[in-house]
Design a protein around this ligand. Structure first.
Ligand code: PMP
Ligand code: GLN
Length: 381
């Protein structure tokens, strides 16, 4: 096979989900909600499907969704977005990321990545011929410094890839951190690909700040979102990119040869969903915040050291109190088999200097499931 891809195994999410099934475990590993998603959005999809919206839509996305995305940018972030030239619909954020990286990177270009990072980033950077430069965020607050950026940015830097809110660390970047990053992006005349799939899942009164909204950053950022996260419909794989036309054009060149387009009935339903009332978006975050508290408290009561979670639907726990004699993946395999609860090793999000005692739990599950998971852990430890 391809020399780069053959160096990778099967993604950790697939591996742990299959292992979880084998053992009949509660799967708090792979991130996906176990509710049905908003009924009216489902209805909008089935209506569009039955009405016959089932042929190839425009490669840039259906006009209704592109207009809804422009309106969403204005409503939540005050962004002025031209729906005709500055938004593109993709088959999930995964394709948006791939199209951005393949569309923008030339061989030899340097790409700044923050560890921990989502598992699809590095393989695609490498396929594009990019040269990765890593900033390792430091637990428990996953912070970085000016010196960290000085060490990795150079005149060869083409772009930085940032995930905010950050999976798996559940960090939300502060305005000061974003300003620091923006300063470097501008100083080195680079771009930023901003994976903001958890933009509506931030807790404790925080607001999400797109890097794109900072001074001087409007035309340097490609902002990526996902209906999978915003509507708890991860299997839909409807993603989107917002960027200045001159940045979006090369990304569209990649998109047209990757998937070209995305199911039109789902796009129409997402267009409807993005127009939902404020209570929907607020309720998504507050509902998940309650689940975060429920699981975090349960994990603490069982003996885990639980790290703060400011956003996403994940919480990281330190397993060192249990004195396990192995790495985080071994711990997760053991936990699945012996306790019947599945988590994801945080080390899988690192390529170097991986921590060995952090595991990630997904709390976007019914309260009864979260309680049962904690009960199983209590029986085990
Ligand atoms: N980026 C991050 C940080 C994610 O957690 C996910 C979700 N699984 C994705 C991208 C992919 O999103 P999608 O399912 O829309 O492709
Ligand atoms: N983003 C989800 C997670 O982090 C899963 C995505 C996937 O399975 N590829 O768990």
């Amino acid at each position: 096979g391809n020399a780069i891809l053959s160096s990778y195994g099967t993604t950790i999410f697939e591996v742990m989900s299959r292992l979880s099934e084998e053992h009949g475990a509660i799967n708090l590993g792979q991130g996906f909600p176990d509710d049905r998603g908003p009924a009216d959005v489902l209805e909008a999809a089935s209506k569009a499907l039955l009405e016959g919206w089932n042929q190839y839509p425009s490669m840039m996305g259906t006009p209704d969704l592109r207009q809804a995305l422009a309106a969403h940018g204005k409503r939540f972030y005050g962004l002025d977005v031209d729906w005709k030239t500055e938004v593109m619909v993709t088959s999930g954020a995964t394709e948006a990321l791939t199209a951005c990286l393949l569309g923008l990177i030339n061989p030899g270009d340097e790409v700044v990545l923050f560890q921990p990072m989502y598992d699809s980033y590095l393989p695609i950077v490498r396929l594009a011929g990019g040269v990765p430069r890593f900033v390792s965020l430091k637990a428990p607050d996953w912070s970085f410094s000016r010196a960290d950026l000085e060490a990795v940015f150079s005149p060869k830097t083409k772009l930085v890839l940032i995930n905010d809110p950050l999976n798996p660390a559940a960090k939300v970047f502060s305005r000061a951190e974003l300003e620091l990053l923006a300063e470097f992006v501008q100083r080195f005349d680079a771009f930023a690909v901003c994976d903001e799939v958890y933009e509506h899942i931030v807790f404790d009164g925080r607001t999400h700040i797109p890097l794109m909204t900072l001074p001087g950053m409007r035309d340097r950022c490609l902002k990526i979102g996902s209906a999978g996260k915003t509507f708890s419909l991860t299997g839909w794989k409807v993603g989107y990119v917002t960027a200045a036309a001159h940045l979006l054009q090369p990304v569209a060149k990649a998109h047209q040869y990757i998937t070209f387009t995305t199911a039109p009935n789902l796009q129409t339903a997402v267009a409807y969903g993005l127009g939902k009332e404020d209570a929907y978006f607020g309720g998504l975050a507050s509902g998940l915040q309650g689940k975060r508290d429920r699981l975090a408290e349960g994990l603490r009561s069982v003996g885990f050291d639980v790290l703060p979670s400011a956003g996403t639907y994940f919480v990281v726990a330190d397993v060192s109190p249990f004195g396990f004699d192995g790495d985080d993946e071994a711990f997760c395999r053991h936990l699945t088999a012996a306790a019947g609860v599945t988590a994801i090793p945080v080390g899988a999000f690192f390529v170097q200097d991986a921590p060995k005692t952090f595991i990630r739990f997904c709390f976007s599950k019914k309260d009864t499931i979260l309680d049962e998971a904690v009960e199983r852990l209590r029986r085990h430890f």
